[in-house]
Design a protein around this ligand. Structure first.
Ligand code: SF4
Ligand code: SF4
Ligand code: FES
Length: 238
């Protein structure tokens, strides 16, 4: 079958403003949107720019807006858009465009980094590994699936109203280490989360949860951290 695409094109070095360009490719219903993009680039227009690597929902590099919804191009199939005359591909919202579907991820990673997304041991390292109970690990099972694709952050309406909000992906990583039973920085992590632009701007739109390709309960995790702050820092503002 022939599948029509309308793709956002913008090269800040050359173009005054963005434009949309249409393409038509032959594809099977079970092929991925990423397969179609590759075909467009390899067979029709080598100037089209987008990120991809694993093509299997692991690397998180091909997050984009597909028919208005943030998703991974390698996880969505042509048949998912069978009702659309034309499939619209745009860069992740909120992010600055570097070229076409490629966005600048530096600020996104800096936000995640601000949550200190690494294990800070409570005690000197043991002889072998740091053991963790099955129960303690269960608490992290959902959030450790995060592949940093930024779909949640692009979809969050609060990011557009308040660009200082740290965003859902950074909070997913904050959760991962807040509830690591071996981490020694719980108090400091809660203080960081209690800052005005950490958990509190989230108003439960659930967009992040809806779009997460790894089905992480993002909003639920944020709400759980809010409750934890209220419990442990009674004088917290909210
Ligand atoms: S639940 Fe919170 S983080 Fe997620 S989209 Fe809504 S406001 Fe943004
Ligand atoms: S929480 Fe989900 S949507 Fe957000 S960056 Fe991680 S994998 Fe992507
Ligand atoms: S290309 Fe790696 S997640 Fe889609």
């Amino acid at each position: 079958m022939q599948v029509r695409f309308k793709i956002y094109r913008f090269d800040p070095d050359l173009d005054q403003e963005p434009a949309y360009r249409s393409y038509s490719v032959s594809a099977m219903p079970e092929e991925r949107i990423l397969d179609c993009l590759n075909r467009i680039k390899w067979e029709q227009d080598g100037t089209l720019a987008y990120r991809m690597s694993c093509a299997h929902g692991v690397c998180g590099s091909d997050g984009m807006r597909i028919n208005g919804v943030c998703a991974l191009a390698c996880q969505k199939l042509v048949r998912d858009y069978a009702d659309s005359e034309e499939i619209m591909l745009e860069p992740l919202p909120f992010f600055q465009v570097r070229k076409d579907l490629i966005v600048d991820m530096d600020d996104f990673f800096a936000r995640v980094d601000s949550m200190r997304p690494y294990f800070i041991a409570a005690s000197p390292p043991p002889e072998k590994e740091y053991p963790q109970s099955v129960e303690a690990h269960k608490k992290q099972e959902d959030v450790i699936r995060c592949i940093l694709c930024a779909c949640c952050t692009g979809a969050c309406p609060v990011m557009r109203e308040n660009p200082d909000y740290v965003g859902p992906a950074a909070l997913v990583w904050a959760y991962r280490y807040l509830y690591d039973s071996r981490d020694g920085q719980t108090g400091q992590r809660l203080e960081r989360l209690n800052e005005p632009n950490s958990v509190w701007p989230c108003v439960n739109h659930f967009e992040c949860t809806r779009v997460c390709p790894k089905e992480i309960p993002v909003t639920k995790s944020i709400n759980e951290m809010k409750r934890e702050i209220k419990k442990q820092i009674p004088e917290s503002a909210k």
